[in-house]
Design a protein around this ligand. Structure first.
Ligand code: HEM
Length: 320
């Protein structure tokens, strides 16, 4: 297994947990004014999911830092433990993790300690958004400057709002036994949110893809980065077809119990494919060196910084 695939497999559950907590908590906040089924009831049916995802974020994040440090020093995970303090103080990735790790503890506490549901939901949404921003600062976009990082962050926010709306509708409807009126209202809200999230996703995705590939068909068709992106967009197109059927056939008839049932089933399938396949391919993309020679985001970019500055040459010294 290559280092890129290894890191993608490690980062995938972290990104899935971040976009899901951000998206479902934000959707519950958006639906908070619903008289028929209030925020507290909606949040209660998502609490177990939030606690599991918060634990995943808290446990996986230090492993990602260890993986990055091992990659920079060119040593095994066990041998990398001793370099973590140096990596944290002397590299860009390390400085980002200096903020990232404490926030993962606050997210875990916000999900687990007893809090008014409106406070908990707001904290989870905001803290997950901050971690998504830090994730964007760890991405390839960092090589392309502030605008690229901002667009990358917007891409992740659009992912979270789309997946979060689908998952919150399905989980609250299935686990929270809300009145049918809530499902009807929520289904219409999800349809609107999904429409605008997809527009934002395609626009921000195209810009970020241009940063990684340039306008180069050869890079798109024959580089690992280009082929991973093509696979991701193909799966995304498949999910869009399900989404279009939901939006134009089922959502207008959501008052009818049979249409509502089919809609909820389709929403379940959509969110599972998005989380497992599309976000999985996105994590592989984010950990594959872009085609136009831009160095691998965490490893080589740091290496460039390390080799450029003699006082930091220590890290390379440890290469076996
Ligand atoms: C036309 C559609 C899309 C295009 C062109 C696109 C393109 C991209 C590109 C180029 C990246 C940056 C990878 C890097 O770091 O170099 C990215 C990241 C990402 N994309 Fe997309 N994307 C699209 C749709 C989607 C969809 C539908 C989802 C999920 C629902 C998604 C989820 C993500 C995530 C989570 C990341 C960040 C991965 C990470 O940082 O680990 N994208 N996308």
């Amino acid at each position: 297994m290559t280092a890129d695939v290894e890191r993608a497999l490690l980062v995938w559950p972290l990104v899935v947990s971040l976009v899901t907590i951000f998206g479902t908590a934000s959707f519950v906040l958006f639906s908070g004014e619903e008289e028929v089924f209030d925020l507290r009831a909606a949040a209660a049916s998502l609490l177990t999911l939030w606690r599991i995802l918060a634990a995943v974020i808290f446990l996986v994040s230090p492993l990602v830092l260890l993986n990055v440090t091992a990659d920079m020093a060119g040593v095994s995970w066990t041998n990398a433990v001793g370099f973590v303090p140096e990596a944290v103080t002397e590299t860009h990735a390390g400085r980002v993790f200096e903020w990232f790790l404490p926030i993962t503890l606050v997210i875990l506490l916000s999900a687990c300690i007893s809090l008014p549901e409106s406070i908990r939901t707001t904290m989870l949404s905001l803290l997950a958004a901050v971690l998504l921003l830090l994730q964007a600062l760890l991405s390839h976009a960092i090589d392309k400057g502030t605008l690229a990082v901002a667009v990358y962050f917007l891409h992740e926010v659009a992912v979270g709002l789309w997946i979060g709306a689908l998952l919150a509708l399905w989980m609250v409807a299935r686990r929270g036994s809300p009145p049918d009126l809530w499902v009807v209202h929520a289904a219409r809200r999800v349809s609107k949110l999904a429409f605008w999230s997809v527009i934002a996703l395609v626009a921000t995705g195209m810009y970020t893809a241009y940063n990684g590939l340039g306008f180069d068909l050869y890079h798109l068709l024959f580089s690992a980065y280009g082929r991973t992106l093509i696979a991701k967009v193909i799966v995304f197109a498949g999910v869009l077809a399900i989404g279009a059927y939901n939006r134009y056939w089922l959502a207008p008839n959501v008052g009818d119990p049979a249409a509502r049932d089919t809609l909820l089933r389709n929403v379940q399938v959509e969110s599972i494919i998005l989380l497992f396949a599309v976000v999985g391919l996105a994590s592989l993309l984010a950990n594959t060196p872009p085609a136009h020679g831009m160095s691998d985001h965490v490893g080589h970019a740091m290496m460039a910084m390390v080799t450029a500055d003699p006082s930091r040459r220590r890290l390379r010294k440890f290469e076996p």
